[in-house]
Design a protein around this ligand. Structure first.
Ligand SMILES: [Zn+2]
Length: 327
């Protein structure tokens, strides 16, 4: 029975760090989260992660030394296999941080670091979906948009561990300038920050929209939740913002699916809280744009593990070999 062996998974985000003890069967035994203290520098974040790992092990009643491994998922450019974080723009000003080796030394345990959406994809693949589909594309729409892809039991990494950056594929080659250097990137239109920007633009031409009331006349405060609230109360301008963001996501999904031909296409992330009209607009646009063979062969799924996907997937990173093969 492999369920008696446990690992620790840590989901490191720009605003919060969540950690959990996870069994080999994908069950979360204990969990804890704290606000990310990245303003105090990366060493303080490493101390936070180490403390969280010790806390959750204690909560689960386990000596830290009995834990198999620690896995970390975080947004950024991470070197495969070494745990070196080249660039995590929403976390650290510094580059090339040996986060994995430093944490491993602090805890006395093997540590694996990988991209957060890739970790979530692994979690959903192993423990969210029934069975293991031949090819699985997981798209996560939150503040930005990320994805992960598993094909015939292998997690796609690419040449420099940067595969599947769906948020930075362009859906408008002459569109808005993106921080990555390109133009018209998907996440500028279909991520949380993009939704807020589009809401502000729509407010400028509609003095009567409920959004002005919800943000207390400070457009800088507008976020996805306010847009969803306004749309839920029948505000046409807010509903239009949600529909356009959904359509943008659908166009991106069609591009990605045409490229990868997944058996299962999963959609998750905080932006799903925009509601059914967002999801409907995304799926309708996807259906109208994906190639017929791609469209007919895909099964569409919503995230199964939801907020736990990051922790469960990170805790399972020890299963992934250097070539991406999942044990
Ligand atoms: Zn970009």
């Amino acid at each position: 029975m492999s369920d008696c062996v446990n690992s620790i998974g840590v989901d490191v985000g720009g605003t919060k760090i969540a950690a959990g003890v996870v069994t080999d069967g994908g069950q979360v035994l204990a969990r804890e989260r704290v606000a990310t203290g990245s303003k105090a520098g990366y060493e303080s974040v490493i101390r936070q992660i180490a403390e969280l790992a010790r806390n959750v092990a204690q909560q689960a009643g386990l000596p830290l030394g009995s834990v198999r491994a620690v896995g970390l998922g975080m947004a950024g450019q991470i070197e495969g296999g070494t745990g070196i974080v080249h660039h995590a723009v929403n976390l650290f000003a510094e580059r090339d941080i040996p986060l994995g080796p430093m944490l491993s030394e602090a805890l006395g345990l093997p540590v694996t670091v990988d991209n957060d959406v890739r970790a979530s994809t692994l979690g959903e693949y192993l423990f969210g979906l029934p069975g293991r589909p031949a090819s699985f594309l997981n798209v996560f729409a939150g503040t930005g948009v990320g994805s992960g892809f598993v094909d015939r039991g292998r997690l796609l990494r690419g040449a420099a561990n940067s595969a599947c950056e769906i948020g930075h594929h362009s859906i408008d080659w002459q569109g808005l300038a993106c921080g990555c250097g390109s133009r018209g990137c998907l996440e500028l239109y279909a991520g949380g920050l993009g939704v807020a920007r589009q809401a502000r633009e729509a407010m400028a031409s509609d003095p009567g929209t409920l959004l002005w009331l919800l943000c207390e006349r400070d457009p800088g405060r507008v976020d996805g939740r306010m847009v969803a609230t306004a749309a839920g109360r029948g505000d046409v301008t807010a509903a239009g913002v949600i529909e356009r963001a959904g359509q943008a996501l659908g166009a991106g999904l069609a591009n990605a699916a045409n490229l990868l031909n997944p058996e299962v296409l999963m959609l998750g992330g905080g932006l799903m809280k925009l509601g059914e009209s967002f999801r409907k607009a995304a799926l309708e646009t996807f259906q109208s744009r994906a190639l017929a063979t791609v469209r007919r062969s895909v099964r569409l799924e919503a995230s199964r593990l939801s907020d736990d996907a990051g922790i469960v997937g990170a805790a399972s990173l020890w299963r992934v070999g250097p070539d991406g093969t999942i044990a």
